[in-house]
Ligand binder design. Structure first.
Ligand code: G6P
Length: 372
């Protein structure tokens, strides 16, 4: 296996750097110039998707965070209600299933015990159909679902998931656009928003590549974290799940306690924890919520919190006393969660390196949790 790492010190770093290529592979053959190809989800989907009135997403760990981003996309772009839940909760409660609901599982491995058990339950519970978004062809989840949409991340060895997550997001956006089109009165008509997003998706691998060039600057930031015991991640809207994923990565591989909050909730508790010992990391893309996020960041500064912000240049957030800012390349707002994940992966990687932990095989964790 060591040989497969090539020039990289760890599988995790190699997998982070593979993202431009695997994002491209996940899009390959699924887009025309202006739309997601109708057959991208298989021919059975073409009949099923127009019947979908609600979506229920189930997943665990990092895959669950991908599902949380998808909820923002599905409700905004397809106008269909969407619920997301971790499999270990969903499978043990009394669930009310509404009519015409599509049951969607997300999983890198396709073998996670709780997710598989949730699917097996769902098949008896009156859902319209099941769709697996998965990275392993022939896995249990894919075999047992009615529809599947494969991510093309290739084998992921590092326990902390990186490229599987960003390819899941990419597949979920394709799925969202397919649902949007299926809901149109005339499914063949031109849809300017779909065309714009398809264009943006085509440019995604290149923007990912540019973003990875920030590696050195992020490595510098990571030095501030090595002595810290806690960290707080903030985001709003579809970037709240990205903050959650950033916190999870830091916990998993550097063993620093990290939490994530939707920035608007700061004043309902976490502000009490903020002082100079608690680094606060924020993701600040260009979107409708950026002014609100900026005032949340002011609240942190006013309490002496040290800020680390990954921002779109158009936010006009600039480095100042107590606030380090790294500007990301410009990206379509809808796709931004995919791009803003990358600096957070690199940050946790570099912090873990300084701390000397076992990056690819963190203590107490397994790549695939196949028993409950
Ligand atoms: C484990 C892994 C995580 C992964 C989760 C769900 O906890 O360490 O990286 O996100 O399982 O795995 P799945 O294969 O279902 O995506």
């Amino acid at each position: 296996q060591a040989a497969e790492k090539g020039d990289y010190k760890h599988f995790m770093l190699k997998e982070i750097y593979e993202q431009p290529a695997v994002l491209a592979a996940t899009l390959e053959g699924r887009l025309s110039a202006t739309r997601v190809l109708p057959q991208a989800l298989g021919t059975a989907a073409m009949e099923l998707l127009p019947q979908v009135r609600q979506v229920q997403i189930i997943a665990c760990g990092t895959s669950y965070h991908a599902g949380m981003v998808a909820r923002y996309w599905i409700e905004r772009l397809a106008g269909i209600p969407c619920q997301v839940e971790v499999a270990s909760e969903y499978r043990y409660r009394e669930v009310v299933v509404t009519e015409q609901t599509l049951f969607v599982t997300l999983s890198q491995s396709g073998e996670t015990a709780d997710t598989l058990a949730a699917l097996r339950f769902a098949k008896t519970a009156g859902y319209l159909a099941s769709l697996a978004i998965c990275n392993v062809p022939g896995s249990s989840l894919v075999r047992e679902s009615d529809l599947s949409l494969m991510t093309q991340a290739g084998p992921e060895i590092g326990v902390a998931s990186t490229k599987a997550f960003t390819t899941q997001l990419t597949a979920l956006l394709l799925f969202t656009l397919a649902l949007r089109r299926a809901g149109h009165q005339q499914p063949d008509q031109e849809d300017p928003l779909e065309a714009e997003l398809v264009q943006a998706l085509r440019g995604l691998p290149r923007i990912a590549e540019q973003t990875l060039k920030l590696d050195e600057a992020i490595q510098e930031l990571s030095e501030d974290f090595a002595e810290k015991h806690h960290a707080l991640f903030l985001g709003r809207g579809s970037h709240f799940p990205i903050a959650l994923e950033g916190a999870l990565k830091l916990k998993e591989i550097s063993y620093i306690h990290a939490e994530a909050y939707p920035a608007g909730e700061l004043k309902h508790g976490p502000l009490a924890l903020v002082d100079k010992e608690m680094p606060v990391i924020a993701v600040a893309p260009k979107d409708d919520l950026v002014d609100k996020l900026k005032s949340n960041l002011q609240e942190v500064r006013a309490r002496g919190g040290e800020l680390y912000v990954f921002a779109d240049p158009y936010t006009l957030l600039e480095p100042e006393e107590g606030m380090k800012v790294i500007h990301l390349p410009e990206v379509n707002e809808v796709l931004a969660p995919i791009i803003y994940t990358l600096p957070l992966q690199l940050l946790s990687y570099h912090v873990a390196l300084i701390k000397g932990t076992d990056v690819d095989q963190p203590r107490n964790l397994a790549k695939s949790v196949t028993v409950e």
